[in-house]
Design a protein around this ligand. Structure first.
Ligand SMILES: Nc1nc2c(c(=O)[nH]1)N[C@H]1C(S)=C(S)[C@@H](COP(=O)(O)OP(=O)(O)OC[C@H]3O[C@@H](n4cnc5c(=O)[nH]c(N)nc54)[C@H](O)[C@@H]3O)O[C@H]1N2
Ligand SMILES: Nc1nc2c(c(=O)[nH]1)N[C@H]1C(S)=C(S)[C@@H](COP(=O)(O)OP(=O)(O)OC[C@H]3O[C@@H](n4cnc5c(=O)[nH]c(N)nc54)[C@H](O)[C@@H]3O)O[C@H]1N2
Ligand code: SF4
Ligand SMILES: [Mo]
Length: 702
């Protein structure tokens, strides 16, 4: 029996691809991108094109397992297989005891982007932890600074549709590695370029996207606020702003104007490393080549001033009136377009029924190390990890590992593979892949909804996140009806938020149409949908160029350039003079896929990219082993002197700690300092020093 099943990729990626899985006699035999889907257009990224290797990997976790070796160790004999009953009994007993002794807030759930589909991303798990009264997790590691910033200016996290980039004449990829991280936008950009559009990339790293661009502007990390304000300085000085649009749809332009004299091209050039001439040229080209679209991505807000940076860049299409034009505007995320009924999924109200009887405290996921080693009243005594690999992705890794090693910490990890985090787990539980469960999938790079159908039965004894937390809730004796909701009922509920863009979009329709676009209508002239042509999603429909709410965060209510504490623009940072870009890999997805041999072959791992000048000053040649270090830790990498970074900047990529010869990854160097807005992570505000490690001929690596 051969059939083709429609599924949707739930990985943390803007594209949310439509996937066709061929199944023969119960086994998946082929995966391809759905050619009918307007964004996927028949192709998948290299990672998911090889997904059969992941699903059927001999390394999949297929059964519950209990630790038998000291925490922090892995390899044969570290775990013993147990049955689900034994695993559940142990969890129920331990969580019950901890809750009774320390209060339920001593339990911390830890999850992020392993699966971002609606149900397996955040639904039954949230209901369970809310009813339990566990600490809430501030899920801030990825996009919170940018998300809060875009809402502070536009009122909603929406932007230009990817399809409209084909109409642009000037496209700015600002901190956006489109070719590596959001590849399904690329064909629209190519279409625009065939029609004469110019592609400009603003990125301190020469990405794949930068290599293919018409103009790459390598900017000093963390200085984008200054560049955006400098561009506005030129635009306003030369009268290139859209006065009518600004008068109608922006508030605080006068306040913005007061900031601009400080940001002369000369001064901005000193901060950003972009020449005065290039600043002038970029400003003029952006404001006069119409329509111009900005693909802003989250790279920019992984900096300590990331909130201000996103605000400043988001002001550009407001002052030029670019939001009025098909092929104009800006896209950071489209996720705010969906407005599914998250409250029904997550049921925050259940916290009131918990032993706490009130909303539980919130712990910032970026500061997991601190939470596990310093937090009190109560301390964290149990950690339940799913959809995440904090042992690899969390900053200040030495502190995180110190916390995870605590013998008195009860750690449960629900996973598909034995990761850097399962190395510290008391219990490992087997998780399904999207081939093995049903879900509803939205996107953050387009406006289509999909139902993802299961293609095969769960392998081994794997359970989805939904089924794991349902069963835990029932075994804890939680009687609320919501813990018995079938998956289809949950999908129905998510779609019933009553907003116009979901009207008529039902589960039944999504089950027969492989993808459905939200109801986002253009104006009377039949133009495509323009999110902010007629105003913004703020109470007075005006973009908040001035947002008084920012003052409470200690921020300039407009935006101003404050160099990150770890940056070359600060005094006292001379002992660590290089800015580290602790980057994502092109062929992995954060720490997912890192263990697959077929993808490892495609990726450059364990390398430190360094400019020729910085290498020569340290006596480092291409291929040399180097020690990269700062006040938090050190790792050992191979130097690569290939021109991907400018002087003063070095780059390295995220991987699994245990697959490197140091047993640690780049997050040993990153800090848990938070962004100006949103409490986000500052992976790209990291200073380091590098030195050559002398290798004797008999010296082996490690
Ligand atoms: N292949 C692949 N695809 C992915 C992911 C992956 O790991 N691999 N991760 C997924 C996830 S979780 C996310 S959030 C998205 C994120 O997608 P992006 O937001 O594109 O993520 P990053 O790669 O962190 O940052 C983009 C670029 O910003 C640059 N950058 C760093 N600092 C600065 C700065 O100060 N100024 C400027 N102008 N640029 C800067 C980086 O060099 C990088 O090339 O991608 C998703 N897609
Ligand atoms: N240095 C540095 N650090 C970074 C970043 C960076 O650019 N540089 N990027 C940051 C960003 S943007 C993000 S979003 C975070 C991402 O951090 P995480 O959200 O932790 O993402 P992943 O590293 O992809 O790990 C997800 C894990 O979930 C598992 N998983 C997948 N599907 C399921 C499922 O259905 N159920 C369960 N239980 N598990 C599942 C996968 O096997 C994988 O091990 O990393 C951050 N860390
Ligand atoms: S990871 Fe992104 S590009 Fe790759 S299949 Fe999934 S949604 Fe598509
Ligand atoms: Mo992310």
């Amino acid at each position: 029996m051969k059939q083709v099943v429609h599924a949707a990729c739930p990985h943390d990626c803007p594209d949310a691809c439509a996937v066709l899985i061929t199944v023969e006699d119960g086994r998946a035999t082929k995966i391809q991108g759905d050619p009918e889907h307007p964004i996927t257009r028949g192709f998948l990224c290299a990672k998911v094109a090889k997904y059969l290797d992941r699903v059927y990997s001999p390394d999949r976790v297929l059964y519950p397992m209990r630790r038998t070796a000291p925490k922090g160790t892995h390899g044969d004999g570290a775990f013993r297989r147990v049955g689900w009953d034994e695993a559940f009994d142990q969890i129920v007993t331990r969580l019950g005891r901890i809750s009774a002794e320390f209060g339920p807030e001593a339990i911390l759930p830890y999850s992020y982007g392993g699966n971002i589909a609606v149900l397996n991303g955040a639904s039954m798990d949230m209901r369970f932890f809310h009813r339990l009264g566990a600490s809430q997790l501030h899920r801030s590691i990825c996009s919170q600074a940018g998300g809060d910033a875009i809402i502070s200016i536009y009122g909603r996290k929406i932007g230009t549709e990817p399809e409209q980039f084909r109409h642009s004449k000037y496209i700015v990829a600002w901190a956006a590695n489109i070719h590596g991280n959001n590849v399904h936008l690329w064909p629209f950009i190519e279409e625009a370029r065939r029609d004469g559009a110019k592609l400009v990339v603003i990125d301190p790293y020469r990405t794949r996207t930068a290599c293919l661009a018409d103009w790459h502007i390598p900017i000093n990390p963390g200085t984008d606020v200054a560049l955006a304000l400098g561009l506005m300085h030129v635009i306003v000085r030369d009268g290139l702003q859209d006065r009518d649009y600004v008068a109608r749809y922006a508030e605080g332009f006068d306040e913005l104007e007061k900031r601009l004299p400080e940001y002369t091209p000369e001064r901005v050039a000193q901060w950003t490393g972009v020449s005065r001439e290039d600043i002038e040229r970029l400003a003029r080209e952006y404001a006069t080549t119409r329509p111009a679209a900005i693909r802003l991505n989250y790279g920019i807000q992984r900096s300590q001033n990331g909130g201000a940076a996103v605000r400043a860049v988001c002001m550009l299409p407001v002052i030029t009136g670019s939001w009025k034009e098909v092929g104009g505007g800006l896209q950071l995320s489209t996720s705010g377009g969906f407005q599914l009924d998250r409250a029904a999924m997550e049921r925050h109200d259940l916290m009131l029924k918990s032993p706490l009887g009130r909303p539980a405290r919130t712990v910032n996921m970026v500061q997991l190390g601190k939470a596990l080693t310093e937090l009190d009243s109560p301390p964290i005594k149990a950690l339940v990890v799913y959809n995440s690999n904090p042992g690899a992705v969390c900053p200040d890794q030495n502190l995180v590992r110190r916390g995870l090693k605590r013998e008195d910490l009860f750690t449960v990890v629900h996973e598909q593979f034995l990761t850097d985090t399962t190395d510290f787990a008391d219990l490992v539980l087997p998780a399904t892949t999207f081939f093995e469960h049903k879900d509803l999938v939205q996107a953050y790079g387009h406006y289509y909804l999909q139902v993802s159908q299961p293609a095969i039965e769960p392998l081994g004894e794997c359970k989805s996140n939904v089924e794991l937390f349902r069963e835990l809730a029932l075994r804890m004796g939680f009687e609320d009806q919501c813990f018995r909701d079938p998956v289809d009922t949950m999908i129905d509920a998510a779609l019933q938020s009553g907003v116009p863009q979901l009207e008529g979009i039902t589960r039944q329709r999504l089950e027969s149409d492989p993808y459905v676009r939200l109801n986002l209508h253009g104006d009377e002239s039949d133009r495509p949908w323009l999110p902010f042509a007629n105003g913004f999603h703020t109470p007075n429909r005006k973009a908040r160029l001035f947002d008084p709410a920012l003052i409470a965060h200690g921020m300039d209510p407009v935006a101003s350039f404050v160099p990150p504490e770890e940056s070359r623009h600060r005094q006292g940072t001379e002992s660590f003079p290089l800015e580290l870009l602790a980057r994502k890999a092109d062929n992995f997805l954060n720490s997912t896929f890192v263990n697959l041999p077929s993808l490892q072959k495609m990726e450059r791992q364990h390398e430190l990219e360094i400019s020729r000048g910085d290498a020569e000053r340290r006596g480092i040649a291409d291929g040399d082993r180097v020690r990269v270090y700062n006040q938090r830790g050190e790792i050992f990498l191979r130097a690569r002197v290939d021109g991907a970074v400018a002087t003063g900047v070095v780059g390295a990529r995220l991987g699994w700690a245990k697959l490197s010869d140091s047993g640690l990854n780049i997050n040993v160097l990153t800090s848990d300092r938070l962004t100006d807005l949103g409490g986000g992570a500052t992976f790209y505000s990291t200073l380091v020093e590098v030195e050559r490690v002398r290798e004797t001929s008999c010296h082996s690596e490690g």
